[in-house]
Ligand binder design. Structure first.
Ligand code: GDP
Ligand code: MG
Length: 162
């Protein structure tokens, strides 16, 4: 049993998810959180903030050569962002599936961007794209003490131990 629990803990991943200013302004915060929650992923950190443009530039550093970089950082810092960390087995990759393709015109119906957004410059949500970026983004947006480790009662019903 202890071995099962240890194996389960080893599978756990965390990802950084942010609802961008357009998602908040459009009243989609609960809708977006609901999709991660009902899947069975666990919320371990959440806060609302207006990031500075410099902070947005750090977050999107890998895109600094892109023509849309300045507008993107301007937009991310234009209003409240809901920053979150979600935990679960496979949450990084599956979180990206829940979010859908970067361009909402190419996102499948049923995904967050597919159902709720129309253009790439207003695609309402960010999600880490891999293990390293997830770690870096969580460290950028959160202090370690802001991440809450706890056992959810539902875990016994979401994960199989045998
Ligand atoms: P993501 O990981 O799916 O969010 O996509 P990327 O990391 O490639 O890009 C980050 C964000 O930059 C996207 O979510 C979009 O908001 C924006 N973006 C990406 N490509 C374009 C583009 O071609 N034009 C514009 N205006 N914005 C873009
Ligand atoms: Mg990305």
């Amino acid at each position: 049993m202890l071995q099962d629990q240890e194996a389960h803990a080893a599978e756990m991943e965390r990802t950084f998810i942010a609802i961008k200013p357009d998602g908040g302004q459009r009243g989609l915060v609960a809708e977006i959180i609901c999709r991660f929650e009902r899947k069975g992923f666990k919320l371990v950190a959440i806060k609302m903030l207006v990031p500075s443009k410099e902070f947005a530039q750090k977050h999107y550093d890998d895109l600094k050569e892109k023509p849309f970089f300045d507008g993107l950082c301007e937009f991310l810092s234009s209003g409240p962002v809901i920053a979150m960390v979600w935990e679960g087995e496979g949450v990084i990759k599956y979180g990206r599936k829940l979010i859908g393709a970067t361009d909402p015109q190419k996102s499948e119906p049923g995904t967050i961007r597919g159902d709720l957004a129309v253009v790439v410059g207003r695609n309402i949500i960010h999600g880490s794209d891999g293990l390293e970026t997830a770690k870096n983004e969580i460290n950028l947006w959160f202090q370690p003490q802001e991440l809450v480790s706890y056992t959810s009662n539902a875990e016994n019903w979401i994960y199989a131990v045998n």
